[in-house]
Ligand binder design. Structure first.
Ligand code: 5GP
Ligand code: MN
Length: 349
């Protein structure tokens, strides 16, 4: 895909802007934090811009290190004031403003140029003035890496990327691929090679991401695997994590990240669905193996969406279920029926 014209346009908008603001999605993951920090690192060090990253919710401790030394906020009032004086808005790792939840109304009102850089299906292109959208890349970080390499001052040489940006991009790509397990293409590995040759310390990133857990997380994982996960004969694993589970293990925000992937290591499990209880709702995470669409399950039944093999959504109380105790039955019934229908459709082909 030739993006050089779009990159030249973005570069000219950057030239013309004093204050640039980025924004990413609610409950930011590593790709959201990494792409925001990658963009900020570039804009400040290479283009001398005043750049601030907005997030609807705090970035979890595990990935917040990429934003060290950068300006970011989750405060609504600060976000509103910042947008008043912003010349250019860059939206990272989401396809529609509704994924920014509490910030949605403010962002929609923003009058300056809005740029989208994202890798989700069905981008709301009408809401943006310029869209970089590619669902084939591993991560928004990979897409942004390609865009930054196309900038006139970087001209294809990853060694010209400022180190905080390079490190952040490697971090976000690593978490979104689940450390090179999913959605890895030739471009992902070229990016990793380019960033390593630029001097990014990958071992340090791995230590920070995967070797810095608290024992609480492992104890919670043990309970999940031994007594929370239910296997359905249709090839699904259903896991409900009630609020009491989070309290029992004193878990912090983001500390059950990745739990939804664990059941996929069982041969017969084609799809894993995990529901986390929050006040008035459950948050749903879905992961699937090739051939089963996590996205259609999230979109069709859980007010959500995402990627083919990784998606999310929610269950609302009382709209969908009368009370929290009904969640397991509800999720199991919907998931079993979904897999039976997918199987039937496959057999008809
Ligand atoms: P996670 O399970 O890590 O929270 O989310 C996995 C993926 O599902 C995200 O990268 C995002 O693409 C998608 N996703 C999660 N929650 C939602 C949601 O509420 N709505 C939509 N449309 N997508 C979601
Ligand atoms: Mn992403």
């Amino acid at each position: 895909m030739d993006r050089s014209k779009d990159i030249a346009l973005l570069s000219s908008w950057i030239d013309g802007a004093d204050k640039i603001t980025t924004v990413s999605h609610a409950r930011p993951d590593g790709d959201a934090a990494g792409s925001s920090a990658g963009m900020l690192g570039y804009l400040t060090a290479c283009r001398g811009k005043d750049a601030v990253a907005l997030f609807p919710d705090p970035v979890p401790d595990g990935t917040a290190f990429v934003l060290e030394g950068m300006k970011s906020t989750t405060n609504q009032g600060e976000a509103a004031a910042r947008l008043q004086s912003t010349d250019l808005l860059i939206c990272l790792d989401f396809n529609t403003f509704s994924r920014t939840e509490g910030l949605e109304a403010l962002l929609r009102e923003f009058k300056g140029h809005k740029v989208l850089i994202d890798h989700h299906e069905e981008p709301d292109t009408d809401a943006f003035d310029l869209c970089f959208s590619d669902t084939r890349v591993s991560s928004t970080c990979e897409l942004l890496y390609g865009i930054l390499l196309g900038m006139p001052d970087i001209s294809g040489d990853p060694c010209r990327l400022p180190m905080p940006a390079a490190r952040a991009l490697m971090t976000g790509m690593t978490t979104d691929t689940n450390n090179f397990a999913n959605s890895v293409g030739p471009g992902t590995l070229s990016m990793a090679g380019g960033l390593l040759s630029a001097g990014v310390d990958r071992e340090d990133i791995i230590d920070r991401l995967y070797h810095s857990e608290r024992p609480n997380r492992l104890a919670a994982m043990g309970e999940m695997l031994s007594s929370r996960m239910r296997l359905l004969p249709e090839g699904a694993a259903v896991t409900i994590l009630p609020e009491a589970f989070y309290q029992r293990h004193s878990l912090l925000d983001g500390e059950t990240e990745g739990f939804v992937n664990l059941p996929l290591s069982i041969k017969e499990v084609k799809l894993s669905i995990l529901a986390r209880e929050e006040p008035g709702r459950f948050r749903i995470s879905i992961r699937s193996k090739r051939g089963v669409s996590a996205r259609l399950l999230a979109k069709g039944f859980f007010h959500g969406g995402g990627h083919e093999q990784a998606s999310g959504g929610k269950i609302l109380i009382p709209d969908d279920i009368p009370d929290a105790a009904s969640a397991e039955e509800y999720v199991s019934t919907i998931t079993a029926r979904f897999l039976q229908e997918q199987d039937a459709a496959q057999n008809r082909k």
